[in-house]
Design a protein around this ligand. Sequence first.
Ligand SMILES: [Zn+2]
Ligand SMILES: [Zn+2]
Length: 274
Amino acid sequence: MKADLHVHTYFSTDSNAYMQESVEVAIKRGLDAIAFTEHWDEDYPDEFREDLREANGPEGMKLHPDFDERPLFTFDIEKYFKELERVRGLYGGRIRILSGIELGMRPHRPDILKLYKGMVDKYRFDVVLGSVHLVNDEDPYYPEAWFKLGADRLIKEYYENMLECVKEYDFFTSLAHIDYVVRYVPDELIDTTPEEYFKGVYGRNSKTIDEILKIIIKRGQALEVNTNGAFTRIKHVHPSDAIMNRYKELGGTAITYGSDAHYSEKVGDGIYGI
Ligand SMILES: [Zn+2]
Ligand SMILES: [Zn+2]
């Protein structure tokens, strides 16, 4: 079984892939299933709108027509399901096409928790990814947050945020890219290579990470293997071996695989099947 359960299309603010093209790639690469897990990060700071427009290519190439009308990292769920049904109609006999959403979780925000719970109850997505993308309202994708806190401290706070989120959000299917944040650590802030620094994250945050893992294991929520990391400067899938070994040691068995593709040609990257 080869399933890529973490794929974005242009319904996600930072992707310009067409759903139909991504399904065609998935079929070509022999996948049995694909899930379109579009971003929803409620209350994402709007100051990054122009950066994100540029990231979608020259002159907003293939930018979603709703881009300027919506808060960043949200999408029109009705339109999304319409497109999903259309593409299922074309290719449904050749591959399982699953619905999904990637929820940007935020701690201590009962309003966001309620909103997400309502969306998940209403739309019954096949895959609900729980992600932490922000650290104390700042996006560690950009270097500013790192220089403010320093690397070890930012990562420590990242996991403290994640633990609070995991306690509150009991309805996601799989905890996405548990250590992806390390990818963005600026070289100037570490005295080793990003690869080595990545390996040490569990050791420096073992208490908090153990608590996170124990909660999802107890509830039967899965841990995601996000293959995207293998193609970045940390040169390894998420999670690191140390976190995955600990997950197994604690009794974790549920794992989902996802490429986190934001371009059609990346669908299925690193997904070898189980
Ligand atoms: Zn994510
Ligand atoms: Zn993603």
